[in-house]
Structures are given as C-alpha cells and as structure tokens.
Design a protein. Structure first.
Length: 329
C-alpha cells in the first residue's frame, strides 16, 4: 500500500502542505520539522523512526499518561492490542502474554502488542494498516490530528492533557545541586531544542552563577542504542552514530584505563579551542571530584543510513508553540 504518498496527499488536503508532488511534499514536511525545532542532524532519522512507528506510539502513550485517561477512554480512537500480519485485531497467546510484564517496555510495538486505530473505516486495525474515514490508507492522519488537538484545543480531553503537562513542568531550580545532562544532538524523538536546551537556559536564568548544572551535547548521537545493533535492518546507524559505552575498568589509584590517553588525543585534536567547545565537539567526559575524566573515544566517520520510504509519516502541526533557544555549538 502506498502509505507514504497517501499521507503526504492527506496532509495537503488538510491544508498542512502546499506542494503538488510527493517528493516536494516530503521535502516540505521535513522542513516543517526543522522549523519546529528538530536539528538538521536528525533529518536522516525521520524515515526509519516512522517505519518503527515511534512518533504515534510514543505520542499515544504519553497522551494517555498526561491526560490520566482510562484504557476505556480510547483517547483519539487509539488502543493497544495484538494484531495479525494484515493488521486485524486478534488474541495474544497466553504464552506471549505471561512474560510481558517483565520484558515489555509499555510502548507498542512491543511483545506482540501493537498500536490500534479503533476508528478505522474497515474496523479496528493496526494503526498504520488502518483505513481512514476518507477511504485511504494514510497512516491514520485523523488520529494524529486528534493528538495534536489535545495540545492546542480547548475541549475536555485537551484540557485534561494540558493540565497534566502543567503538573509535570519544572521550575529549573536545582538549588545548587550538581547535575549533568547528556543529550545526543541527532535525537529525533526528543529533540534537544524541545528538552535539554530549554531546561539548561531556564536553569541559567533561575540560578545564574550559582548553577552547578553541566550540559554535554554529543554530536553523532541519537536516541535508540538498540537501532545501532541492527545493521542489516537499519544500515548506517552502526557507522554514523555513537553508542553508549560501559565505563572502562579502573586502574590502581582510581583512574579509568584509557582516560588519559583519550584526553591527550582530544587535546591534540582541539588545541586552542575553548574547553566548552572541546567538550561538545567530541562529546566526551564528565566531572568527578572536581576533575574532568574523559571516557568516550573519538566518533567514527559518518555515513547516511539508507532511507526507508515514509517521507511524511510523522508530520503534524506547525511552529506556533515553539520558541528556539540559543544554540549550543
């Protein structure tokens, strides 16, 4: 099924895109994401994240949590269920259900449970395989627009979600406690402009010189370490992006083996640069006991992963609620 071009066409029909061809619509949709605050470094990831249903699954999960919605509410017509390969809802075998509490992460698709569109024109079906009311398979744009309305609307479900969001918002005051935020600049799920950067800016405004918050933004780092381990399914993740690594063993005296070697190498690579830029350029290091200890080796060369053709799948909304903070680079 041509889900990607159908999604683009439905976005245009809804007035969210203006381009006429699928290719132009895909470029326009991606530019809207960049305008809304996604970094350019994340652009190569949107297709693969769409293929793994990341945006709708996470949006539905968090929307239900923030709105304190009951499973019976079927917020925006979504539910979770086991589905067949064709997308129809079926019953999960007990043998698969039994270990789910221990092995499932709570966000579909996981453990045989998938995101379901209860409002499909042909009946309830797996979200991306369901038919919208207009008779097209456009990855349930109606459900995506409903989720967007929860953020911008004024009906009862929207007010419930907005109240939940306000309850989770922080004031940025760490009261002088030392803290470190480490974030990958290529994160396409939780963009740095929507999360870490605004918090760091808020903390600086609230605490000023008293702040003990350190922010490390890692280039060539994204959200899902597990994707790096799937080179046959997602080629390019393993060569373009760094993965989190276990701290190396300590040498006698408490030093990390190899730490001084990496520090010396980076000192040569970035001689003359300010310390903050050295930290961000290679993403290494942490502060411990007042001394900086570098733990991360240099990043490998980057090669763009093969695109999975879902150009417009994750795009909804505009930049009406986003104020871009200063760039940390």
């Amino acid at each position: 099924m041509p889900i990607a071009p159908n999604r683009c066409a439905s976005l245009k029909a809804a007035g969210l895109l203006t381009a006429s061809t699928t290719a132009a619509q895909a470029e326009e949709a991606q530019q809207k994401l960049r305008d809304y605050g996604w970094e350019n470094e994340a652009s190569v990831l949107h297709a693969s994240l769409a293929a793994f249903e990341v945006a709708p699954a996470v949006a539905v999960t968090f929307a239900n949590g923030l709105a304190r919605a009951s499973v019976k509410d079927n917020l925006c017509g979504f539910s979770y269920a086991s589905t067949a390969a064709t997308g129809t809802v079926n019953v999960l075998p007990l043998a698969a259900l039994a270990p789910m509490f221990a092995t499932g992460n709570g966000v579909p698709p996981s453990g045989g449970i998938n995101l379901v569109n209860n409002n499909g024109k042909l009946g309830a079906a797996r979200d991306f395989l369901s038919m919208s009311s207009n008779g097209t398979f456009d990855w349930n744009l109606e459900g995506a627009l409903c989720l967007r309305n929860l953020l911008t609307g004024s009906d009862a479900p929207a007010k419930a979600l907005q109240a939940g969001m306000q309850e989770t918002q922080r004031n940025g005051n760490l009261h002088g406690k030392p803290a470190i935020i480490v974030h990958g600049r290529s994160d396409a799920l939780l963009p740095v402009n929507h999360t870490s950067r605004p918090y760091v800016a808020l903390n600086a405004k609230v605490e000023g010189a008293a702040s003990r918050l350190s922010y490390i933004e890692v280039t060539n780092a994204q959200h899902f370490d597990s994707f790096i381990g799937l080179p046959t399914i997602l080629p390019g993740y393993d060569t373009r992006f760094a993965e989190r690594r276990q701290a190396p063993a300590r040498e006698p005296g408490g030093a990390h083996r190899g730490a001084r070697r990496h520090a010396r190498q980076r000192s040569r690579d970035h001689a003359g640069e300010p310390a903050r830029h050295r930290r961000e350029a290679r993403g290494g290091g942490c502060h411990r006991g007042g001394r900086r200890q570098d733990r991360h080796p240099r990043l490998r060369p980057a090669f763009a992963p093969a695109a999975i053709g879902l150009p417009c799948a994750p795009v909804i909304g505009g930049n009406d609620r986003f104020v871009k903070p200063r760039r940390f680079s």
